[in-house]
Design a protein around this ligand. Structure first.
Ligand code: BG6
Length: 513
């Protein structure tokens, strides 16, 4: 990372944070007409344009197989940005100015001529838009295309080796998740990446890390004196992490059938949340210090055997998944998973973590809940309601209705000693008066600034794969694979997932809006 400045943050009692400044660059989106570009990337860039956060010298080009004019490409993105942008309604003048910097190059990723065309376009962008020779290549395609993209870019000499001179033009690559399909393919991809790029040019994106609420986990833990002392096996009974989605596979049947919930969510988003939640304090907030501590958590995950997978892992499909377009009629791809896992560190030994995620659940909601041990009931065991009133639960609402709440027991006013659960609640909307930016906005700016703090490092990705592979292997390679459960679309998942907790005397806290 070069050139860091203090960007002031406004308001009494707030502290400025050190952030790198995004530099002029041309961004190239491979898969420029795909779902991700339409739903997330271009709307994020447009919102950055609205906020005036894009570098002065900036242009973006989509690369895809489809032959189409630049006007048609812009029209497609106008329509999808109007639909998916977080800020509404679309500002016509801002879009017009943004669209002048939005272009399209058609070509096959396996054809060297595509990269020659791209090189010419980049040279023109430097002239027309002052992008200064800096290139941000975004791989928003299926992982199977990554090798062809690296080869094409490298042969066209579009990947420069980073020099000692910090002012020399740079090229960086942002790679979408899942990075590979398993440990072996992730390693092969890493080798290919290493043959063409230095690690500091590679940005493995996991958009959960760009969410404000996810970044706030570290501030909440290490910036407050009262919570961290209770963040361990002495006080915590168990932890639940839920990532529920109401949507199904939404026209991504082929991708999803190849990927499934373990590769789509568990290997990346879920394990990243777990790592931030369970990690030890880093020495500093430098990218590698944080990533070192996160990888410690992943390395400490208790290994799963075929036996423990059968006992502690539930995978399931929603009813109707196999009738979705582009999904195999005999598909064994899970759309839901629940895992009972342990982080075998000094801090967490013996504390069960129950994590679950799935599509077509009753509502969207991602949260972490920390269930504290009960206070000794000797004083209140005769109080009315003592049995039914839950102990303290701290809930970090990642999305929606972002915030943090602590459930406490209180005496209900009146002559009787009646206990009642009440809540202390922090809501982003109330405290900060505005919604948070989309994760992709923050991450794109960080990549333009060369700040890798919120991106996954090679060893994090590989360690996460070695855990997920254990589950995948038990399901796909075992001669007696455990049965695939089923759940009705719109329900909270299969009954086996409830049983996973019931065995330990617990129950899921339903994710709430
Ligand atoms: C993506 C997955 O990474 O995350 C999708 O590929 C999923 O399947 C999405 O829907 C969820 O993201 P968010 O930010 O809506 O929770």
């Amino acid at each position: 990372m070069r050139d860091t400045t203090i960007q002031p943050t406004a308001g009494a009692g707030t502290r400025g944070v050190r952030r790198a400044v995004p530099e002029p660059c041309a961004m190239v989106v491979f898969g420029g007409t795909g779902d991700l570009a339409r739903r997330k990337l271009v709307p994020a860039l447009y919102n950055l344009a609205c906020d005036g956060s894009l570098p002065e010298g900036f242009a973006v080009v989509g690369v895809g197989r489809r032959e189409q004019t630049t006007d048609a490409f812009r029209a497609t993105h106008l329509e999808s940005t109007a639909r998916f942008s977080r800020s509404q309604p679309l500002r016509a003048e801002t879009w017009r100015r943004f669209a002048e910097r939005l272009d399209y190059v058609a070509g096959d990723f396996h054809d060297p001529r595509t990269f020659t065309k791209l090189r010419d376009w980049l040279a023109r962008a430097d002239e027309a838009h002052g992008t200064g020779g800096n290139r941000l290549f975004y791989f928003a395609t299926a992982a199977s295309e990554f090798p062809a993209l690296l080869k094409g870019l490298s042969e066209a000499r579009l990947l420069y080796a980073p020099g000692a001179d910090a002012t020399a033009p740079w090229s960086r690559v942002v790679v979408e998740k899942p990075f590979g399909r398993d440990l072996a393919s992730a390693r092969a991809l890493d080798q290919l990446v290493a043959a063409n790029l230095a690690e500091r040019q590679v940005f493995r994106i996991d958009h959960y890390l760009g969410k404000e609420t996810v970044q706030n986990i570290l501030v909440f833990r290490f910036g407050n004196a009262v919570f961290e002392p209770l963040w361990n096996r002495k006080y915590v009974d168990h932890v639940q992490i839920t990532a529920a989605e109401e949507l199904g596979v939404e026209g991504r049947g082929r991708f999803y059938d190849e990927t499934g919930v373990l590769r789509d969510i568990v290997q990346n988003h879920l394990l990243q949340l777990l790592a931030l939640f369970a990690m030890e304090p880093p020495v500093t907030f430098a990218a590698d210090d944080i990533r070192d501590r996160k990888v410690d958590v992943l390395r400490a995950l208790r290994p799963l055997s075929a036996e423990s997978v059968a006992r502690d892992v539930v995978v399931a499909q929603y009813r109707g998944f196999r009738d979705e377009p582009d999904v195999a009629r005999d598909s064994r791809t899970p759309t839901y998973a629940a895992v009972r896992l342990f982080v075998d560190t000094w801090r967490w030994e013996g504390v069960p973590f129950y994590v679950r995620m799935g599509k077509r659940l009753p509502k969207k909601g991602t949260e972490i809940s920390i269930h504290y041990r009960h206070a000794p009931n000797v004083l209140y065991n005769s109080a009315v309601g003592a049995e039914a009133v839950p102990g303290n639960v701290l809930v970090i609402r990642i999305q929606p209705n972002e915030g943090i709440s602590l459930g406490i027991r209180s005496k209900r006013p009146g002559p009787a000693a009646t206990l009642q659960p009440v809540k202390m609640d922090f809501a982003y909307q109330t405290s900060f008066g505005k919604g948070s930016p989309e994760a992709y906005e923050r991450l794109l700016l960080d990549a333009m600034a060369g700040d890798a703090t919120l991106f996954a490092r090679k060893d994090e990705v590989e360690t996460a794969w070695s855990y997920v592979d254990l589950i995948e292997d038990a399901w796909h390679k075992s001669p007696n694979p455990p049965k695939m459960s089923e759940y009705p679309a719109g329900s909270w998942g299969p009954k086996e997932a409830d049983e996973l907790l019931e065995r330990d005397g617990h129950e899921w806290r339903h994710a709430r809006r």
